[in-house]
Design a protein around this ligand. Structure first.
Ligand SMILES: Nc1nc2c(ncn2[C@@H]2O[C@H](COP(=O)(O)OP(=O)(O)OP(=O)(O)O)[C@@H](O)[C@H]2O)c(=O)[nH]1
Ligand SMILES: [Mg+2]
Ligand SMILES: [Zn+2]
Length: 308
């Protein structure tokens, strides 16, 4: 029987069958998926073959996994930088960021965008908590929006708590499977509650950000949207470790660099200080945002430390 994985705790799963039945499922024995070594063999979004175990208790056994259309993986420090499949079979990524309480760094956003490019899943960036932004943060938002729009990324400003932007996001979610990600405390679960009030997902209490980095959501979980589509809530992440990208390839995942790479004098140019580098020239001439080039160099440096 075919089913889709809606929740994964690492040791058990919630799956939904084609007829809409919700079951608790486990994996039988050693489960190996060809070509992929990850800390979790089955992820949210996976289509699986199940076998009923106990009708009364609504339990099932996962027997097999169907080929993934795509997936998002990240490296985590908890597992010696081994890769962890966050979710699979996605149409889009929704990155929640904030410019205050907590502040999402540009480096974090860029790492996320690199993953989106590498896994071929289009991203949208949402800057939430607009209600607490002052002049400084609003100005920074405008700069970021302009920078990311120029290279093809959609950027929104929302205040989920005030109900601003919820409809706008929902329009983007229609009939798609969307992975929601971002730091802890940026309002991911608050957004899902705004769209699906009957869920009453746990969100950080106190009014806002305690600064302690407490994670409220602990497992990835997918929800059906009433208007069509699905959204996956995930636990907040501190950093997005990039997997399976070599230093040489990194610039391919910057869309604004990708289109100029072939103009570099050397085809193994790393765009650091090689002669005839088209990327450095574009930065100097104002055609590539200096902030993006700086993030490229910073990420390149961390890759030397084998953080990939
Ligand atoms: N000021 C303000 N606070 C918000 C807004 N949206 C959410 N919050 C608050 O931010 C805090 C964190 O929200 P959550 O939805 O729990 O954050 P999360 O991203 O799900 O966090 P994790 O589950 O830990 O990853 C809560 O106290 C929310 O009330 C907003 O637009 N403005
Ligand atoms: Mg949450
Ligand atoms: Zn170059």
């Amino acid at each position: 029987m075919k089913a889709v994985v809606y929740k994964s705790t690492g040791s058990w799963y919630v799956v939904k069958t084609e007829s809409g039945q919700i079951l608790n499922a486990r994996i039988k024995g050693i489960f190996k998926i060809d070509g992929i070594t990850s800390t979790n063999p089955v992820a949210v979004g996976d289509e699986v073959e199940i076998e009923m175990e106990n009708e009364l208790e609504r339990t099932a056994m996962i027997r097999d996994i169907h080929e993934r259309k795509n997936y998002i993986a990240r490296a985590t420090p908890h597992h010696n930088w081994e890769r962890h499949i966050v979710a699979s079979n996605l149409d889009q990524l929704l990155l929640f960021a904030t410019l205050k309480d907590p502040k999402t760094s540009q480096g974090f956003i860029d790492r996320f965008l690199i993953a989106a490019e590498a896994f071929h899943v289009p991203p949208v960036i949402v800057f939430n908590k607009a209600d607490i932004y002052r002049k400084k943060e609003l100005q920074l938002f405008e700069e970021r929006k302009e920078m990311y729009n120029a290279i093809g990324y959609n950027v929104l400003l929302t205040s989920i708590e005030k109900g601003n932007g919820v409809d706008e996001i929902n329009k983007l979610l229609l009939d798609k499977t969307t992975l929601l990600s971002g730091h802890s405390g940026v309002g991911k679960s608050t957004f899902i509650n705004a769209t699906l009030p009957q869920l009453k997902l746990k969100t950080q209490d106190v009014s806002g950000w305690s600064g302690k980095g407490m994670h409220t959501t602990t497992f990835a979980e997918m929800f059906d949207l009433p208007f069509g589509g699905r959204i996956i809530d995930t636990p907040g992440i501190r950093e997005f470790g990039i997997t399976d990208i070599s230093r040489q390839e990194l610039s391919h995942y910057y869309p604004e660099m990708r289109e100029k790479l072939h103009e570099c004098q050397f085809n193994d140019c790393m765009h650091i200080n090689e002669p005839g580098c088209a990327i450095k020239k574009a930065v100097e001439e104002g055609n590539i945002a200096p902030e993006r080039y700086i993030s490229y160099r910073n990420i390149l440096d961390t890759m030397e430390d084998k953080l990939y």
